[in-house]
Design a protein around this ligand. Structure first.
Ligand code: SF4
Ligand code: SF4
Length: 204
């Protein structure tokens, strides 16, 4: 028996006693980390108004051109969001998305987050363009999503260039300050979970 065969059998025997690193998906699923970036969710305030104010910052920040928005003015008869405008159309093309999270980082109102849904496969390309109706939290639901997990400040050396904090995004002045926040009163006056960060935004 050649040495190579003995070596191969030894490797096999060694690994037979080890716990497998694979799991039997879909019967079993792994627990995902809190900052996992899966499919997007659009959030609401406690009073059911949509957080998205149709500012296009997420679409502008997206390196893959995956977000398509058509904004419309709120009126007294039809108030949808807490700002001057709301997103009448909000599409995210998952065939383009690279799950970088820039859209979430760029959003001044915490309206869009990447969440834990990763089951996005389909035989039809059209299924992978998610529309606002699919992305938006249902009426009566109001969460901040993974913004909570991201509120904790990362170490300086790995910090993302978040425009709300640095006023600069990828080297260019951010327009978050110009767009501002929603100007319509909401029941939840704290946008995110980080009070200090929230107050900092309101000064912009
Ligand atoms: S995660 Fe990145 S690529 Fe995907 S929509 Fe957001 S900004 Fe675009
Ligand atoms: S950045 Fe936020 S508020 Fe602005 S359009 Fe995108 S999701 Fe809506």
């Amino acid at each position: 028996m050649s040495f190579d065969i003995i070596k191969g059998m030894a490797t096999t025997l060694k690994n037979m006693t080890r716990k497998p690193t694979t799991i039997s998906y879909p019967e079993e699923e792994r627990e995902l980390p809190p900052r996992f970036r899966g499919r997007h969710v659009l959030h609401r305030y406690d009073n059911d108004l949509e957080r998205c104010v149709g500012c296009y910052l997420c679409a502008g920040a997206c390196p893959a051109d995956a977000i398509y928005i058509e904004a419309e003015e709120n009126t007294d008869e039809n108030r949808v969001s807490a700002g001057e405008r709301y997103a009448r159309v909000f599409d995210v093309n998952m065939l383009r998305c690279i799950f970088c999270g820039y859209c979430q980082a760029a959003c001044p109102t915490g309206a869009i987050t990447l969440e834990s849904n990763y089951k996005l496969a389909s035989f039809h390309a059209a299924d992978l363009v998610f529309h606002k109706e699919q992305l938006l939290e249902p009426h009566g639901q109001s969460t901040v999503g993974s913004n909570e997990a991201w509120a904790e400040k990362p170490p300086e050396e790995v910090a993302q260039p978040i425009p709300q904090e640095t006023h600069v995004f990828d080297g260019a002045s951010a327009s978050a300050a110009a767009v501002g926040l929603g100007n319509y009163p909401t029941e939840r006056d704290v946008l995110l979970t980080d009070q200090e960060q929230d107050e900092d935004r309101r000064k912009l």
